[in-house]
Design a protein around this ligand. Structure first.
Ligand code: P6P
Length: 338
């Protein structure tokens, strides 16, 4: 069936809202604003090679990383829409230092934390990249949102998801009632439901890890990866290594086909003792998506990503995320004797 005659994303979001009689429509409005931002970013990403928007902006972000021009564009696009949508009280972005306020008089009851364009090192070589977002209900009182409204654990998210700018642009999100995937038809500028109720296969087909770091891994990580290979060698399982170096792309492929993504702590990055990936706007939103799809997300000492109490907007966290069987196996390796 031509899915372009199917369900559009605004109807799906409205249907999800109807499951919650107490809902006031603000989360629906917020998601629709994020979707518009995604469409704007998608158009720019797809023209990147032509529109002199590749390359570095000459700026450095809070992480001390070179900011790509498209990073900056994506960040500004989302901030401009969010600051005046009236649904949120505060924002946090991978590209910005602290709490990003909304326009005076436009405060709402949610917060959003986002990575505007994850995988930006791949932008100039035409590899898929993505926007990741996480939505919480504000907790504080008073006019303006506070950092405490952003520093909430993943378990308390009311919505989470990502937009992947790849061979097609897809939105994948959850509000706690399953995971839904929509594909953008750029000819009409509409997201159509293409992946209803996504469930991640219980067993992985792929494992995703940067094997160049093998010498830097701690023993349990090395033992776990070697065990996956051994299962393959003994014919008990069959894996392929797929590692794009773009978290959203590696996660999305594993979500659809079954896979486990591993970015544990290592001895390589002394400035990143907790690993490279960020909790609030990378690990936690993807952990909500994967749990809603039947998978799991843990740290390399067995903690559930969704139960970690954040202490800093940009805190990093080790991440093992994907198919239940392989994450269960990882938990054994990361919590038991090696
Ligand atoms: P490495 C991209 O820079 C990113 O933050 C994630 O999207 C990706 O999974 C990871 O870094 C890749 O890191 O160290 O393997 O290059």
């Amino acid at each position: 069936m031509d899915k372009r005659k199917g369900i559009i994303v605004s109807r799906q979001i409205m249907d999800s809202q109807k499951l919650h009689p107490e809902a006031t429509g603000e989360l629906t409005g917020l998601l629709n604003e994020l979707i518009v931002a995604g469409k704007i970013i998608s158009a720019e990403v797809n023209m990147a090679g032509l529109a002199d928007i590749l390359g570095q902006s000459g700026k450095t972000n809070i992480q001390g990383e070179e900011v790509q021009k498209l990073d900056e564009f994506a960040n500004q696009t989302i901030k401009r829409r969010m600051e005046q949508c009236g649904y949120i009280c505060a924002m946090g972005s991978e590209e910005d230092d602290g709490v990003i306020p909304v326009l005076d008089g436009y405060e709402g009851k949610y917060t959003v934390a986002f990575d505007p364009l994850d995988g930006s090192s791949n932008i100039d070589v035409n590899v898929s990249i993505g926007t990741i977002f996480s939505v919480h209900r504000r907790k504080s009182r008073g006019k303006h949102g506070k950092m405490s409204d952003l520093l909430q654990k993943g378990r308390d998210q009311v919505g989470a998801g990502y937009i992947i700018y790849g061979s097609s642009t897809m939105l994948v999100y959850t509000t706690g009632d399953g995971v839904y995937g929509f594909t953008l038809d750029p000819s009409v500028g509409e997201f159509f439901l293409s992946h209803p109720d996504i469930k991640i296969p219980e067993r992985s087909k792929y494992y995703s890890v940067n094997e160049a770091y093998t010498k830097y891994w701690y023993d349990n990580t090395r033992a776990y990866i070697e065990h996956l290979k051994d299962l393959d060698y003994r014919g008990e399982r069959s894996y392929s290594l797929r590692y794009i170096g773009s978290l959203v792309s590696d996660f999305h492929r594993n979500l659809i086909t079954g896979g486990v993504f591993v970015y544990a702590r290592d001895k390589k990055s002394t400035d990143k003792p907790e690993g490279k990936l960020r909790l609030l706007y990378e690990a936690a939103p993807l952990a909500m998506v994967v749990e809603q799809a039947g998978g799991r997300a843990i740290t390399d000492d067995g903690r559930n990503i969704l139960d970690i109490e954040p202490t800093d907007l940009h805190q990093r966290v080790p991440l093992i995320i994907g198919s239940k069987e392989e994450v269960d196996l990882a938990e054994k390796y990361f919590t038991g004797p090696v």
